[in-house]
Design a protein around this ligand. Sequence first.
Ligand code: NAD
Length: 497
Amino acid sequence: MSSAVRDWHALAAGCRPDGRLIIDGRRSDSAAGETFGCVSPIDGRTIAQVARGKTADIDAAVASARRAFDDGRWAHKPPAVRKKILVRFAEKILAAKDELALLETLDMGKPIGDSLSVDVPSSARCIAWYGEAIDKIYDEVAPTARSALALITREPMGVVGAIVPWNYPLLMTAWKLGPALAAGNSVVLKPSEKAPLTALRLAELAIEAGLPEGVFNVVPGYGHEAGEALALHMDVDAIGFTGSTRVGRKMLEYAGRSNLKRVYNELGGKSAFLVFDDYNDIARAARTAAGSVFFNQGESCNAPTRVMVHEAVADQFIEVLKAQAPKYQPADPLDPATAMGALVDDNQLRTVLGYIDVGRAEGARLLCGGHQARSESGGFYVEPTVFEGVNNHMRIAREEIFGPVISVLRFSTEAEAIAMANDSPYGLQASVWSHQFDRAHRVSRALRAGTVQVNQYDEDDITVPFGGYKQSGNGRDKSLHALDKYTELKTTWMRID
Ligand code: NAD
């Protein structure tokens, strides 16, 4: 049966996710036998009991990953063999598309249509892409004198700890796993306690595809327990972290307090969206802003939540933006026609509603939304919300809200627009809307952000790096550049007599 005509409610009713952790290729309970309830934000129902990993479980997972690395069962396989297994793994992800999409939607509340069309296929493509790439990358011979030979080689780091958030649980896992596994590392993954289910299923699919046991271990649990134990572990060589800037700071502290492991942080954002008056389709720009913020319930690190519009076209822009909002009214995440689903949990709901109160109190004008929705469902939904009359000093323009809330700011000159856009602790993504070639290029160069999009916002591909300037992080996920994070650079000198 095609995904489009499935009865997702019936499938959800029969879904019994396995919440046990995976170490050494086997499912098991946590060492202490403790669990936590996994609550679906769709209706507030507990859908699984999940192993509550702690230090003992992380120790066991790291020991398993270390054994697997040291005996070379994966790291020493020829790249062409690693490729075959990763490509098979990607095929298994696609074959389990409906099951993974359902788990993702039940676990974190995004619309099933998005899980099916974005999260699952993008994750499979990521794993396959790194697999396909790894037997096509050459090392270097340095241009030294003839009396010696200098080889410059990339080698796997060893044991990589991956700590990921809940907003794209499957995809963020894939962005860490693809390059780390392709390069020959062993991985211990700590998924978010708010959405651990797809990562656990992913590990089973990897093992079915032929990944040797111990190479990919998954320990769910809380950040201050399993997460901290992993980031402090003396036998973990690198941490690939995606999450908030607050916890990213801790990652650096943990490395300083332990073994100076490499830390690659992919953190929060407050991305700017600059619309100039020479752009000839203001309605298109406004539709794109709405779609980019309200997608994934506004829980996207790169959502363009600071929309800056030239004063000559601001009223027109705002009219279209307001007219777009009803299309994103939250609805049942299990209905394939739904455009916006549930926020991840009650805590996130309170945070978002709290920021909406802050915006009102700061003097911003609420144009639409601002309320909880579908409360009768037992789930956690917020209306698409637009503020205007925002200035760049307000908290709603400076802090990451991580919900469906857009702030519209006005500017009058190009210099003012650039200064406002850059006046942020974050620098993940930005966009420029202008038909003047010089301006588009000049402003793109001036923006302090890891990705800049011109006359669009959501162009994306695994072939390009993704990551931030400033407090949005330091590493880059995706593209061949991500392999740098999970490899050491070695020089080997050989004397030639
Ligand atoms: P978070 O920082 O609260 O948690 C992220 C992960 O860290 C979770 O697995 C959590 O359990 C763990 N953690 C929490 N406290 C910890 C601690 N003391 N020690 C070790 N681990 C700990 O973030 P979140 O709420 O899950 O995710 C949302 C954030 O992620 C947003 O800020 C968003 O912008 C960011 N994000 C960034 C990117 C990117 O690529 N830059 C992508 C997606 C999400």
